[in-house]
Design a protein around this ligand. Sequence first.
Ligand code: ADP
Ligand code: ZN
Length: 296
Amino acid sequence: MLYGALEAGGTKMVCAIGEEDGRILDQVSIPTRLPEETVPEILEYFKGKEIAALGIASFGPVDLDPASAGYGHITTTPKPGWKDYDIVGVMKKALQVPVGFDTDVNGSLLGEVTYGDAKGMSDVVYITIGTGVGGGVMTNGKLLHGMLHPELGHMLMRPHPQDGYAGKCPFHKNCLEGMAAGPAIEERWGAKGKELAERQEVWELEAYYIGQAIVNIILTLSPKRIILGGGVMHQIQLFALIRAEVQKQMNGYLKTKELEDPEHYIVPASLQDDQGIMGCIRLAQMALQFSSPVSS
Ligand code: ADP
Ligand code: ZN
């Protein structure tokens, strides 16, 4: 059986066809422009591919409440044309298959717990640090939605005493995204993260904020593993710095076997940046199971 996967991002729409085991058979990337330009290309890709279901993991905020009239819509985005866009409804109508839907970061998390190193784990947080910062949460084996869905990237930060940077978030200034996303690094230091690889102070400050966020996450959600992905985390020296910051800022308050083994607790994404699209394959399978009559 073939499944369709759509990783809907603010800059690109990744479309793929895959199998139940997460194997991706074909993949294309379509630049995100206005919906009326972008969506026909997406539909063209999936038409005739005989997919049994489609999984969409989308930039947001999104409406994930099946009881809501706005279910399946991208909601308050400033991205031109996409505000209140019914991405699930449009795909369902055109492709006539069950559609699974969640946030981009919950999609990546689902990819990691289905096909990655965290396979089978039930309490995991996935954080991406790229153009923005986002976080997906699985607790007791379920992706957390709640009122809307978690927005870990906007958790408020206590600034580092030596950091004079005001922060880049238009809503909160010095939230995690405002202090630690790629564009904040670029504005604070005057160069892109990639070009700052050798500057130790850049990554120490970055680890201070990411570490602080992780301490907050541990204290509120009690995950058994924390997975970090996104472009900025390609600076792999960050992992050791972040683990040290978590230990320092936690200051001995909690003692668990996970915290005593930070190398297996705070870890990189394990699917070579395919975790998002593979998570969409799983979302598609889940949508199909949910829509099919139970057979015995
Ligand atoms: P997006 O978040 O847009 O989906 P990415 O996760 O690739 O895409 O994040 C892009 C951001 O990450 C940019 O701000 C870029 O400067 C930064 N970035 C990408 N690669 C690296 C790298 N190797 N080192 C540091 N920063 C990087
Ligand atoms: Zn913010």
